[in-house]
Design a protein around this ligand. Structure first.
Ligand SMILES: Nc1nc2c(ncn2[C@@H]2O[C@H](COP(=O)(O)OP(=O)(O)OP(=O)(O)O)[C@@H](O)[C@H]2O)c(=O)[nH]1
Length: 200
């Protein structure tokens, strides 16, 4: 996807083929945060990088479709990893996927203040889930290309991130991203690679 993927994503698809399955990273967050665009192959502005970069005018901006089901994306970093995206509206069944999770990416829409408190509660609930007690966690504050986005400093304060990090059993990393123009995606890749190196 945006992270150079090695296989086709399947909506509602089954788990990996027979044999030793690659580790699975879960991609969670409230509806509309940008999870699908993050893993979408060849999305607008891909790899063009840099804040302020604009999507190519010839590339249509995708119409948001709230995801029902799960989307599997194979990445090669170069070690193979499967990213399982679960739509925001599937929150109630996220826990059924926790036991297969080796690392967690949690996407927050930094341009949507009305969704902040529910995102924070969702994050706290995910962090307190026993099967996820020791997985590395990456919180992505996405959509920072929008003029109204809240900065990392503001988000950290609104999320009380210091307290969240202090109470969490997981190592938590935070990054600002734009799935639209590619800002921060190189750092996300770097994080994914380092998470793969940790014993899963
Ligand atoms: N400006 C801007 N728009 C974004 C960004 N990321 C996603 N979007 C847009 O936000 C809308 C929702 O994005 P999706 O990727 O569908 O969000 P999602 O988290 O997968 O949503 P669900 O599947 O409902 O959970 C789409 O119109 C995207 O094009 C971003 O970084 N910047």
């Amino acid at each position: 996807g945006r992270f150079r993927r090695g296989g086709a994503g399947t909506r509602g698809g089954s788990a990996m083929a027979a044999g030793r399955s690659p580790p699975t990273f879960l991609l969670l967050g409230a509806a509309g945060g940008g999870k699908s665009l993050l893993v979408r192959p060849g999305g607008p502005g891909r790899a063009r990088g840099g804040r302020g970069a604009r999507p190519h005018p010839a590339v249509p901006v995708p119409v948001p479709v709230p995801q029902v089901g799960t989307n599997l994306t194979d990445l090669r970093l170069p070690r193979r990893v499967t990213v399982r995206e679960l739509g925001g509206c599937m929150g109630p069944i996220w826990p059924s996927y926790y036991s297969e999770c080796s690392a967690l990416l949690f996407v927050v829409d930094a341009s949507n203040p009305t969704q902040l408190s529910s995102s924070c509660i969702q994050l706290l609930s995910v962090l307190s889930a026993a099967p996820l007690a020791s997985v590395p966690v990456l919180v992505l504050f996405n959509k920072i290309d929008l003029p109204c986005y809240m900065s990392l400093v503001e988000m950290k304060s609104l999320f009380r991130m210091q307290d969240v990090v202090a109470c969490a059993t997981q190592p938590i990393t935070m990054l600002e991203t734009s799935a639209r123009d590619g800002t921060g995606l190189a750092e996300v890749l770097q994080w994914l690679r380092s998470a793969l190196r940790e014993p899963c």
